[in-house]
Design a protein around this ligand. Structure first.
Ligand code: PRX
Length: 673
């Protein structure tokens, strides 16, 4: 953890603190700090109160059934997520409120009221039913950032089919793996999405996923949204396949808008979302209905302080958990007005985001530190050109935010007046876990501050002892409503990955831990300061955080060794000014293969083809040999030292210490350090 120690040392010197502005606090949804003590004294009662804001077809009879590590929330209750996001507001006479404002990258716009969205979701739900989708099935969604992405998700929820959204930047092969794992019956895609002036040929990738290399036998239909081409044409030469492929506008637009919402059990699967872990195979994280929606509702309401006149914009893609919880489920469950933008922040120029804020009067803006660092680099002249005075609250998520970026964001986007909520959470936690409440919490740049009311986070040592101040492993000590319920098709991996870091006997010596307590391990290193604030430092497992996106080193290694020229590969994260981390790969070639620049390029493209552009290595180094322990384990720590240009750490356990010294020389000679 050498790099992260350095990071923390610089954070420790951070002594600027920002109390909530008085006017903000006076109107805030949460402005009474006693909420923490109340929630902590009886978390089940706290969450139960939130759940009662939802509409239940059948009320639950028990808040929590906790058989570690298996939790059931709101036991016996029946509800529907789409009903709660749409019908509930329409029935309360709020159907004419704007639900969704959308802008495409080329500048085309659409707006949906809650009634409009309700109707469109009903149509899409009926179309899915006509295509044979039933309650309990899975539907894969591989779409650009267009309203149909949210509509498709809610349509699945309406009929009780679980969606599995796959980020449009993933390759055909990644899509195929995810469809196969979830056994999806239908794939919803588009003919192409706009990105930085170009068109991403999604249908072509979808065809490659479904047709090639054994394909996806579970897929019965591919439903295609026309985003780009004229009728009959699709992007990149992809054609519609008779019988299998259907145009969205043919089957959805003609369908009846009346589709009753299925009464789902609180614990029925709402969705699967794949995320990277420490093996080559992504994990299908499972989220269920009642608890997930409750925590999305509560966190969106309090952390974003949502009001009727807010225009809320989260810049994430719906392909990530942030898009699930904070574009779709959380904001819509709150009846918010949500803005969605299809394209890149620098198309047609670097002022695009700020123009959108000005044009729509955005009041709440939620983005990632990697984006903020890019804005910093582009310069203050871009935001300065636009009127950003409607903004009243800013948020960040996805990775630690460096204090300089925090301050820049505060001054240049927030005009020095907007609180910033730095929200720590994960795909697995489903919703925010450690975050300020903007009307209560004094924020400190770089710290996600304290756990959300009802959440019990801690810092533990390897042995499971509580570390009141100082660094260790982040731990969650109590079940929470939106927690993952498992890994699709791999129950053992769920237990091993998240619930086996500390055995019951060792955890219990903490603050108030009970012997035998089950503790969730998120995979992050963190520290707690004197005032009890949490500073999340980053992953301590073999997972990289590249521009806020999780990438497993093993996934990239598998992609590399899949190439016929590669004998062995080791991938590490390398600190990167904008992306936080970048992928650095050390590759040994098969005998007789020549190490050329062209091959390096080919390997880079190979990774992109196997996984997607988000995994593109920044640096590939051909190595004669990789540093290994005597038992044959690759020493990634040393490779990281090399990639980041540091003095080598302890090499005494290596089988051949010369290997790593040679590698360091080679790396530096090539000027890659
Ligand atoms: O390492 C933490 C980092 O992102 C990881 C979760 O990634 P993912 O499941 O893709 O979800 C990202 C969006 C919720 C965490 O384990 N992370 C997320 N938010 C923060 C963060 N690190 C520091 N500060 C944050 N606010």
């Amino acid at each position: 953890m050498a790099a992260t120690e350095q990071t923390f040392d610089s954070l420790l010197t951070e002594d600027r603190a920002f109390p909530p502005p008085a006017e903000f606090a006076a109107r805030a949804n949460a402005n009474d700090a006693s909420i923490y003590a109340r929630a902590d004294a009886d978390p089940e009662a706290y969450w139960a109160d939130w759940s009662r804001r939802l509409h239940w077809f059948q009320p639950w009879d028990r808040v929590l059934d906790w058989q570690p590590p298996y939790a059931k929330w709101f036991v016996g209750g029946k509800l529907n997520a789409a009903y709660n996001c749409l019908d509930r507001h329409v029935e309360a006479g709020r159907g004419s409120r704007t639900a969704l404002l959308w802008e495409g990258e080329p500048g085309d716009t659409r707006a949906y009221t809650y009634s409009d969205l309700h109707r469109e979701v009903g149509r899409a739900a009926n179309a899915l039913k006509q295509m044979g989708v039933e309650k309990g099935d899975r539907v894969a969604i591989y779409l650009p950032m267009i309203p149909e992405a949210a509509i498709a998700m809610l349509a699945c929820a309406r009929i009780g089919a679980a969606h599995s959204v796959v980020f449009g930047g993933f390759s055909a092969e990644s899509l195929r793996d995810r469809i196969r794992d979830a056994q999806a019956k239908v794939l919803i895609t588009g003919d192409g999405g706009y990105r930085r002036g170009g068109v991403v040929p999604l249908k072509r990738a979808a065809d490659e996923a479904v047709d090639e290399e054994g394909g996806c036998p579970s897929i019965q239909h591919v439903l295609v949204v026309r985003r780009h081409g004229a009728e009959g044409e699709t992007v990149g030469g992809a054609q519609m396949k008779e019988g299998r492929d259907l145009w969205w506008h043919d089957v959805v637009e003609g369908a009846s808008p009346d589709c009753p919402a299925e009464a789902m059990d609180s614990e029925d699967l709402l969705y699967i979302l794949y995320t990277s872990g420490t093996t080559g195979k992504p994990k299908g994280i499972m989220h269920t209905t009642g608890g997930y929606l409750t925590q999305c509702l509560a966190t969106t309401n309090l952390v974003f302080d949502l009001k009727d006149d807010d225009v809320y914009w989260c810049t994430a893609d719906v392909g990530w958990v942030t898009g699930h919880s904070y574009i779709v489920y959380g904001p819509l469950a709150n009846g918010a007005t949500v803005l969605m933008y299809e394209g890149a922040p620098d198309a047609p120029d670097r002022g695009r985001f700020w123009k959108i804020v000005q044009d729509y009067g955005v009041t709440i803006f939620y983005t990632a530190p990697t984006a903020i660092r890019a804005f910093m680099k582009w310069g203050t002249e871009w935001p300065a050109k636009y009127d950003l005075s409607t903004l009243r609250l800013l948020g960040t998520v996805g990775e630690p935010i460096n204090p300089e970026a925090w301050i820049w964001y505060h001054l240049n986007i927030g005009g020095g007046r907007c609180p910033i909520v730095d929200t720590w959470w994960q795909t697995e936690t489903g919703a925010m876990m450690i975050t300020p409440l903007p009307g209560i919490t004094e924020t400190v740049p770089g710290s996600a501050t304290t756990p959300f009311p009802g959440i019990r986070a801690d810092i533990l040592s390897l042995k499971g002892e509580c570390i009141p101040t100082g660094g260790g492993f982040l731990a969650i000590r109590r079940p929470w409503p939106s927690m993952l319920r498992g890994i699709w098709g791999d129950p053992q991996r769920f237990v091993d990955t998240y619930w086996s870091k500390w055995s019951g006997e060792t955890v219990g010596s903490g603050e108030d831990g009970q012997p035998g307590e089950s503790v969730y391990f998120p995979g992050d290193g963190a520290k707690r300061d004197e005032r009890g604030y949490f500073w999340v430092i980053g992953r301590i497992d073999d997972v990289l955080n590249v521009a806020g996106h999780r990438i497993g080193t093993m996934e990239v290694e598998s992609a590399l060794v899949d190439h016929p020229s590669v004998a062995e590969a080791a991938v590490v994260g390398k600190a990167h000014e904008l992306k936080g981390q970048a992928v650095a790969a050390f590759v040994t070639l098969k005998e007789g293969t020549e190490a050329t620049e062209a091959l390096k390029q080919e390997l880079t493209e190979h990774v992109v083809r196997k996984i997607g552009a988000i995994a593109r290595p920044d640096a590939i180094l051909f190595a004669g040999d990789l540093p290994k322990t005597r038992s044959g384990k690759i020493m990634r720590r040393l490779l990281k030292d090399i990639a980041e240009g540091r003095a080598l750490g302890d090499t005494t356990t290596l089988a051949d210490p010369g290997v790593v010294a040679r590698l360091k020389d080679e790396y530096e000679a090539r000027g890659e350090g």
